[in-house]
Design a protein around this ligand. Structure first.
Ligand SMILES: [Cu+2]
Length: 368
């Protein structure tokens, strides 16, 4: 987008004080400045990876090289005697061929502003019986949120794909190619247990992690070695991963994976229906070094969708997503690891603004 267009857009935005403000139709490819954010976007058609954001900067500092959604895996449970029961698994991929338009929508990419605080960029797709809305939220406070919304049904109790009636789960896989202050990064995991003890771990090599039943929370941070600037990644509304055995048989069994960056792995979703998040040696071989390296952070969502007659009659929207906070000053130090602890609880509360319930209502509104 040309500078003059951005200026006109900004003038237009500040001149109309409306709660959810639709901005002029966005092209399939473009760039934007919003608050202290700058970024580019494109529809990731080549790899069928949804709405892609690139070169994301906060206050001019590179945070994320590329963020994409290569797949949403879906499984309907059937009678739960094996993973093959029921419908699916499906590998839903958003691309030009299944992008659809909401009432009033003029171009494939939607842009809206909420409360003059949050810029939403999103695409709407129809895949099977689903409506899917994939969005990125840029908060002026320094938060970036990828969110997937879904409504509708693709399978019935007899396994008919044109029917309804079975519980299922959606699992979005976000590929987040972070370059926090450059491409030499380290990735940390912070587990807070139910007894409030905190376990901090720096990933030495390619790894998969998931929230445990006795974790109060799990979070990740990424930083340039030696720097006090971080991104903090959390998914507080995420469900626990699929366990082994009935009914889900480890269908989607991790919450994140850290991988060494390889350009050859910047591609669409190549994995089979029962595979996910490869690019890593088998457990008995050492993974590639990720400490201070160029890394890719995969984040996996788990979203249950239970059948009800009401939901079948009037499909409801369900959503899951991540919060990615840019933390540019050190609040506290975890003494054991010398790692900055990013946030105080008070600061967290100040920054969070509980906008999702409002957005859930608003995405069902006509766009104009
Ligand atoms: Cu669903």
């Amino acid at each position: 987008m040309r500078l003059i267009q951005i200026l006109l857009l900004c003038l237009w935005l500040v001149s109309i004080p409306v709660y959810a403000q639709l901005i002029p139709p966005l092209p399939s490819t473009g760039s934007m400045n919003w608050g202290n954010w700058s970024f580019e976007w494109e529809i990731g058609d080549e790899n069928k990876e949804g709405l892609v954001i690139k070169n994301v900067r906060w206050n001019g500092t590179k945070i994320l090289h590329k963020g994409s959604l290569p797949v949403i895996r879906v499984k309907y449970r059937g009678d739960s005697s094996s993973l093959g029961d029921g419908c699916g698994p499906y590998r839903d991929r958003i691309h030009e061929g299944n992008i659809s338009f909401l009432p009033g929508q003029l171009t494939p990419v939607i842009g809206r502003v909420f409360d003059d605080q949050i810029f939403e960029i999103a695409i709407f797709a129809e895949i099977g019986g689903y409506d899917i809305y994939q969005a990125w939220y840029f908060h002026k406070s320094g938060r970036l949120e990828p969110v997937v919304y879904s409504s509708g049904w693709s399978c019935d109790k007899d396994g008919n794909e044109d029917g309804h009636g079975l519980d299922h789960k959606h699992h979005p896989y976000w590929r987040l190619d972070f370059d926090v202050e450059g491409n030499s990064n380290e990735v940390w995991r912070i587990r807070t247990k139910n007894n409030n003890s905190v376990e901090v771990f720096k990933y030495p090599e390619e790894w998969n992690s998931w929230k445990l039943a006795d974790d109060k929370s799990i979070a990740w941070t990424i930083n340039k070695p030696g720097s006090n600037s971080h991104v903090l990644i959390r998914a507080p509304s995420n469900e626990l991963r699929d366990e082994g055995g009935s009914p889900w048989f480890h269908f989607s069994s991790k919450d994140m994976g850290v991988r060494r960056y390889h350009s050859s792995e910047d591609e669409g979703w190549i994995f089979d229906w029962d595979e996910h998040l490869g690019y890593k040696n088998p457990e008995w071989l050492p993974g590639e070094d990720v400490n201070g390296k160029d890394i890719v952070f995969w984040a996996v969502g788990h979203l249950s969708h239970q059948w009800t007659q009401a939901d079948e009659d009037n499909p409801e929207w369900h959503s899951t997503g991540l919060t990615i906070d840019v933390v540019s000053r050190t609040a506290e130090i975890l003494q054991l690891t010398q790692m900055p602890l990013h946030y105080t609880e008070r600061e967290l509360k100040r920054r969070s603004n509980n906008i999702h319930a409002k957005i859930l209502q608003l995405i069902q509104m006509p766009l104009r």
